[in-house]
Design a protein around this ligand. Sequence first.
Ligand SMILES: *[C@@H]1O[C@H](CO)[C@@H](O)[C@H](O)[C@H]1NC(C)=O
Ligand SMILES: *[C@@H]1O[C@H](CO)[C@@H](O)[C@H](O)[C@H]1NC(C)=O
Ligand SMILES: *[C@@H]1O[C@H](CO)[C@@H](O)[C@H](O)[C@H]1NC(C)=O
Ligand SMILES: *[C@@H]1O[C@H](CO)[C@@H](O)[C@H](O)[C@H]1NC(C)=O
Ligand SMILES: *[C@@H]1O[C@H](CO)[C@@H](O)[C@H](O)[C@H]1NC(C)=O
Ligand SMILES: *[C@@H]1O[C@H](CO)[C@@H](O)[C@H](O)[C@H]1NC(C)=O
Ligand SMILES: *[C@@H]1O[C@H](CO)[C@@H](O)[C@H](O)[C@H]1NC(C)=O
Ligand SMILES: [Cu+2]
Length: 567
Amino acid sequence: MKPLNTMFLVFFLLLVSLANAKVQEHEFLVQETPVKRLCNTHMSITVNGQFPGPTLEVNNGDTLVVKVVNKARYNVTIHWHGVRQIRTGWADGPEFVTQCPIRPGESYTYRFTIQGQEGTLWWHAHSSWLRATVYGALIIYPKEGDDYPFTKPKRETPILLGEWWDANPIDVVRQATQTGAAPNISDAYTMNGQPGDLYKCSSQGTTIVPIDSGETNLIRVINAALNQPLFFTIANHKLTVVGADASYVKPFTTNVLMLGPGQTTDVLINSDQPPSQYYIAARAYQSAQNAPFDNTTTTAILEYKSSPCPAKGGVNIKPIMPSLPNYNDTNTVTSFSKSFRSLRKVEVPYEVDEDLFFTIGLGLNKCPSNFNSNQCQGPNGTRFTSSMNNVSFVLPNKFSILQAHKLGVQGIFTTDFPAKPPVKFDYTGNVSRSLWQPIQGTKVTKLRFGSRIQIVLQDTSIVTPENHPIHLHGYDFYIVAEGFGNFDPKKDASKFNLVDPPMRNTVAVPVNGWAVIRFVADNPGVWIMHCHLDVHIGWGLATVFLVEDGEGLLESIEAPPEDLPLC
Ligand SMILES: *[C@@H]1O[C@H](CO)[C@@H](O)[C@H](O)[C@H]1NC(C)=O
Ligand SMILES: *[C@@H]1O[C@H](CO)[C@@H](O)[C@H](O)[C@H]1NC(C)=O
Ligand SMILES: *[C@@H]1O[C@H](CO)[C@@H](O)[C@H](O)[C@H]1NC(C)=O
Ligand SMILES: *[C@@H]1O[C@H](CO)[C@@H](O)[C@H](O)[C@H]1NC(C)=O
Ligand SMILES: *[C@@H]1O[C@H](CO)[C@@H](O)[C@H](O)[C@H]1NC(C)=O
Ligand SMILES: *[C@@H]1O[C@H](CO)[C@@H](O)[C@H](O)[C@H]1NC(C)=O
Ligand SMILES: *[C@@H]1O[C@H](CO)[C@@H](O)[C@H](O)[C@H]1NC(C)=O
Ligand SMILES: [Cu+2]
């Protein structure tokens, strides 16, 4: 076809697809709101006074216009987790990466279109630890007239898993930044903002999920916890996984899910049990060694409509409690994550243009000479740090990286992020102390528009091995393989699934292991890739891809919005 004809065709298809796409406008007031949990009231930062925040419901193809007004006393930004933001990187949200923060008293309007994604995503603050309370679900239905590729559910319920501190989360992270130690662990996990029956002063508010006999219902599980991968289960009910991170998967049945922070999983449940009340429960999957963690259990109640009412008639029927895997049950995590296959036809690159190998893990910094011992309360008088390929990522503060890139401002970042670890070592072995302290920098990787990328994400055992949920902005990627130990290209490349690998935006990299992801760099802009444990982002477990504009029509990032916050 001649280029002109192609253009007409593109234009025509655009018109057809725009015909029933809608534009939804919302206002998000970020404000302090009293929230009482675990017997105490905190002035939490919320959106529109709601905790969790409002659920956004759209159809694939719709455009969202969200005016965020900051009435709180902290800088804030909002990230639309998993939304591809094709050509609209200015609306992605991570502070100092794609925009400067919205300062107190200011506002910014995020505009973006959902393109080709269906299922469950979410939104959250991407500034300091504000996302502890500033988050909500983003549900994407198929285009109007389209159906789910599975039994139409009678009811749909989102369940947001969260993490609650009986303190101001901003104080918790500030204290850790000052001391160099690990931040205080949380006091509770929550489901839709409620800890549930197993915590003090909580059973009044326990989330109830309604169901009736003979139904098939959809539960959209989102791990919005700050720092903890979580197991999730429902007593006596099988879970049929049909989607994850807004991509459909070939259905498979399991008793338990594991979600790293940032991940979502859509499951169908059949109400095939005697009418009663069943606990829905979640608790920690803890892969780090010798690290304190919140070992409490959050619950909601799956309640059959016709179940005997516990409050009436003096009969005290307790909901049925499921058993959960041990906190350290990595085998369950492995068999779960290996069950994922894409449902729809995949376009995984067979060949790659950039073959990248990134180590991910923790580190310890020696106490700087101008610091006192109160500022070095990490193990043996150190400060915790974290890095990819031995670079601990530092956010700029005068320009966002995207602004600096588009305006050609020098001195904000460098483009020398290493494609391979600068030193080769036994990543998952007993690592010499001389390798534990990374360098700091704002180093990015430049990618040509349209190039095919492979990244091996390799956990290290420095300080402790750990399952890190690695999240890439602006893209979905295929997880073509994962395994334990050190990735070996000779042995492991033959195991790649290039036929039906799952497509996700966050990969839970196995503890003391590796995962290999592939994607095509077809979305120009500046995209952060980071561990979704917020404690690790703060320590520097992040890096940035700068994807250049292409040459064709619709291959360059749009112009910045006029109200884009400046530093
Ligand atoms: C962290 O925990 C310690 C020990 O329980 C406590 O003294 C401190 O106040 C906590 N910090 C914050 C910010 O809540
Ligand atoms: C949770 O941790 C606390 C404090 O370390 C400990 O006392 C308690 O036994 C643990 N509970 C469970 C259920 O593991
Ligand atoms: C997991 O924890 C259990 C109970 O604390 C312990 O007995 C077991 O050795 C641990 N397993 C691994 C693989 O660390
Ligand atoms: C701290 O020092 C002790 C004693 O030298 C050592 O056994 C331990 O491994 C050190 N811990 C860390 C995390 O460096
Ligand atoms: C790790 O290596 C150090 C230094 O070579 C050695 O002292 C230590 O015993 C080793 N630890 C283990 C668990 O092998
Ligand atoms: C990281 O870089 C520092 C500074 O050059 C060096 O001391 C350390 O050994 C390096 N570690 C690794 C894992 O490359
Ligand atoms: C808030 O953002 C501005 C830049 O817009 C920055 O200079 C300032 O340091 C930020 N404040 C905090 C507390 O991070
Ligand atoms: Cu991490």
